[in-house]
Ligand binder design. Structure first.
Ligand code: FSX
Ligand code: SF4
Length: 309
């Protein structure tokens, strides 16, 4: 898919403040994108609900440019995305393979199924043969300049890896042995994803925490930024303005800037909708959340969420 870059710059201009970009950054980005060798983006989808892509598209649709096509078809050099590309079948796979001959950014959404030698989840057909998502991710991860996991499933396993995990879902890092930048969240905020891709196109390093998450967004707990901090605690659901700790809120154990950035084009976020934080940006999600108490507790690996700050 041939991509123009004009609209991506327009998008970044409109969102510069939200993305923490200065005018110098935007100038550098313009230069980077004008370079015909600017890295392309290959976006693979495995075991997940694809809400990560939906979240990404929703953010973009409400601000200039107003449509997803405007950004994703006419903007970044996105050569492969199962739901958005115009090519299909082996032609699409061939385009991704061609892009992988040069430095490219691999974006992975969804966990990696490893049971049955990966045969619970297929990526595509190549040369008439079904290729498992596990093999596809390994092939592209081996060649990628950098790997960005979009969502908690790709980052840590997430909901598909919840016990009993019959298809043995693993994170991209566990399945490939490669380091990943983890844009955690179920789904993640679209600005976190866009920011990470922009930083990479600018050639800027992305400082991360022990769980591979950019410290730009995941250094503080939800609790420490919550407008309901130190308010009286709600004893039942559906009550405005009260702290939701007694109702199982994971905000004190969850790192993300949701209270500041808010979701759905900054309209609202979980706690302002009276829904306790379920800790979706943590490696322990969903097992540690009371929301999924029937599933079992104790976490799904990683180093845990850290405490209050
Ligand atoms: Fe997972 Fe993406 Fe949650 Fe869904 O595919 S992070 S289940 S919102 O969308 O990977
Ligand atoms: Fe906000 Fe939850 Fe912390 Fe209460 S426990 S202040 S609702 S994050």
């Amino acid at each position: 898919m041939e991509i123009t870059r004009r609209n991506f710059l327009r998008y970044c201009g409109a969102s510069a403040a939200a993305l923490g970009l200065t005018s110098t950054d935007l100038g550098l980005l313009e230069k980077a994108l004008a370079n015909p060798d600017a890295p392309s983006v290959v976006w693979l989808q495995g075991a997940g609900c694809y809400g990560c892509s939906m979240s990404f598209l929703n953010r973009i649709s409400a601000t200039a440019p107003t449509t997803a096509a405007d950004v994703l078809v006419n903007s970044i050099n996105l050569v492969f995305h199962p739901a958005l590309m115009s090519l299909a079948g082996e032609m699409a796979v061939a385009a991704a393979k061609l892009a992988s001959a040069k430095p490219f950014v691999l974006v992975v959404e969804g966990g990696v199924s490893t049971a049955f030698n990966g045969a619970a989840c297929f990526a595509w057909k190549w040369a008439g043969r079904d290729v498992t998502f596990k093999d596809a991710v390994k092939e592209f991860a081996a060649k990628a300049a950098v790997i960005v996991c979009v969502g908690t499933c790709a980052s840590f396993g997430g909901i598909p890896a919840a016990p009993p995990n019959p298809t043995m879902i693993q994170s991209v890092k566990a399945a490939t042995g490669k380091s990943t930048i983890n844009i955690a969240g179920c789904p993640p905020h679209p600005d976190w994803t866009v920011w990470a891709i922009v930083q990479l196109l600018l050639g800027q390093a992305i400082p991360t925490d022990l769980n591979g998450r950019p410290t730009q967004f995941y250094s503080r707990t939800v609790h420490s930024q919550c407008p309901r901090l130190e308010r009286d605690e709600a004893e039942r659901f559906g009550v405005d303005y009260y702290c939701l700790k007694e109702l199982g809120c994971r905000g004190p154990r969850t790192r993300a800037n949701c209270p500041v950035i808010r979701f759905n084009n900054s309209v609202n976020w979980c706690i302002d909708a009276n829904a306790p934080c379920i800790g979706c940006t943590e490696p322990t999600f969903p097992s540690a959340s009371a929301f999924y108490s029937g599933v079992g507790r104790g976490g799904g690996g990683g180093t845990g969420g850290g405490g209050d700050d």
